[in-house]
Design a protein around this ligand. Structure first.
Ligand code: PLP
Length: 454
């Protein structure tokens, strides 16, 4: 480890004194400080005490190719020497940003050939919403701006993207939210569907709710539908089969743009570069991505949109420009990291590998459903979660104050496994390099940790 335990004690005090991190309860932080991570290698991370963990969280749904890749370090170092920074405003560009845009256009489905580079997922989604408004204004549809999203969605932490999100836990009363022009539909979680409703009926209900919402607002006022293919931090919600296709068809009927937020689901997490078309049979108008785009080696995001939108906004002779951009848009070092990351995903065939090991991960995790407090295991490829319930028949949750997810998480941590607790869930999205043996380790440790919690 890099630090002696004395150094670390001092660092933990500094952490408590100066470093505010999101989602850490103030009282807990004040008392315990944080788990200081000092090293990472492939799917493993190590804390300042030298304790090693298999990081089944994958950083934060992002370390797709695994940590400590020498090739990545080299690509980043070389680009830093060559050109550490250059802006992307006005007529400025750089080799790496151009190459990455071309590559993303090639990988994205259909005519999604236009790319705006951002600093992460939140700024990609924010860009997408600005683009929708810009596009509608260019078409003279000045009223067509309302956005429809869903309960339990997560789209980022800027003011706008958090307002688009629909997680109750992210909406404590101390925060304010934008509400104007934002609508939330039901979460497509069949496990929580009303009793007596089968999956086909549940799906019909969701589609009808969407269409009715558009008709209620007025199709001339609805600009876009925004959805994650599989909700991530909302609890790995895998919608009923056909859901996205049906929602997309509703969008087509009412001239509503479909924004697929693939910040988590792209770059192999579901076994494809993008999941929208490959897994869900839709061609969105806009895709937002980040995270696995660089596997977390550099911060970067992208808003990828259709030629159809481009032709409207960039109409020759109209004299417009898109007055939008971040200092770090098209950052050459971040783009170099993304290009090398994509090269590694392709060369090592990590996508087909993820599909194969992902199936094994799904099957093994489902075996946990025999445990008395496991209500449901939801897993698709390298996105997974275990939902804990106090009563399996009624699906009643434990009291929130009990923090059941945290309990299991701490017991797993003791055994060298990190999972992400979200209230009554343990969420996982490990590196795509995970072996069958490591899958077994994750599932076995989870079982022991849950049994210890009973
Ligand atoms: N969209 C989705 C679906 C996400 O899961 C996240 C982050 O978890 C974001 C957007 C925001 O991305 P970032 O944290 O890079 O701003």
């Amino acid at each position: 480890s890099h630090f002696s335990s004395l150094d670390n004690k001092r660092l933990i005090e500094s952490d408590k004194a100066h470093y505010m991190h999101g989602y850490h309860a103030f009282d807990e932080h004040r008392q315990h400080g944080s788990l200081n991570i000092t090293q990472g290698d492939d799917a493993y991370i190590r804390d300042a005490q030298g304790q090693q963990y298999l990081d089944a969280v994958g950083g934060m749904w992002c370390t797709n190719i695994g940590l400590a890749r020498e090739e990545m370090a080299q690509a980043i170092a070389e680009q830093t020497r060559q050109l550490a920074y250059s802006n992307s405003f006005c007529d400025m560009a750089n080799d790496r940003a151009i190459q990455l845009s071309e590559k993303l256009a090639e990988l994205a489905p259909g005519d999604l050939d236009r790319v705006f580079l951002t600093t992460g997922g939140s700024t990609a989604v924010d860009t997408a919403i600005r683009l929708v408004h810009y596009y509608q204004n260019c078409r003279g549809k000045h009223e067509k701006k309302q956005i429809i999203t869903r309960i339990n969605a997560y789209h980022g932490s800027t003011y706008l993207t958090m307002s688009l999100g629909g997680k109750q836990a992210d909406r404590p009363e101390e925060f304010d939210f934008l509400t104007d022009g934002i609508h939330h539909l039901s979460c497509p979680n069949f496990y929580r569907a009303p009793e007596g409703v089968n999956e086909a009926e549940f799906l019909e209900g969701l589609v009808a709710e969407f269409e009715n919402k558009i008709l209620e607002i007025g199709p001339e006022r609805v600009g876009a539908f925004l959805a994650e293919p599989i909700m991530g931090s909302g609890g790995v919600i895998i919608p009923p089969a056909g859901y996205h296709r049906r929602m997309w068809e509703v969008c087509q009927r009412h001239d509503v743009l479909y924004i697929s937020d693939e910040v988590v689901t792209s770059f192999g997490r579901l076994g494809h570069f993008f999941a929208s078309e490959a897994e869900f049979d839709i061609q969105p108008d806009i895709i937002t991505t980040a995270k696995g785009l660089t596997s977390g080696y550099q911060p970067l995001g992208a808003c990828i949109f259709s030629e159809r939108i481009w032709e409207v906004i960039a109409e020759p002779g109209a004299g417009r420009c898109f007055s939008h951009g971040f200092t770090y848009s098209g950052h050459p070092v971040a783009c170099a990291a993304a290009l090398k990351n994509i090269e590694i995903l392709e060369r090592e065939a990590l996508l087909p590998r993820a599909r194969e090991v992902g199936r094994y991960f799904e099957q093994r995790l489902r075996t946990l459903e025999d445990l008395p407090i496991v209500g449901e295991v939801r897993a698709r490829c390298f996105m997974a979660c275990v939902e804990f319930v106090a009563d399996k028949t009624t699906r009643t949750l434990f009291p929130e104050a009990l923090n059941i997810g945290e309990w299991v998480h701490l017991r797993a941590q003791k055994r060298g496994l990190l999972v992400r607790p979200i209230v009554h869930l343990n969420v996982m999205s490990p590196a795509l390099t995970l072996t069958h043996e490591q899958v077994d380790f994750v599932v076995d440790v989870l079982r022991e940790s849950i049994l210890e919690t009973l």
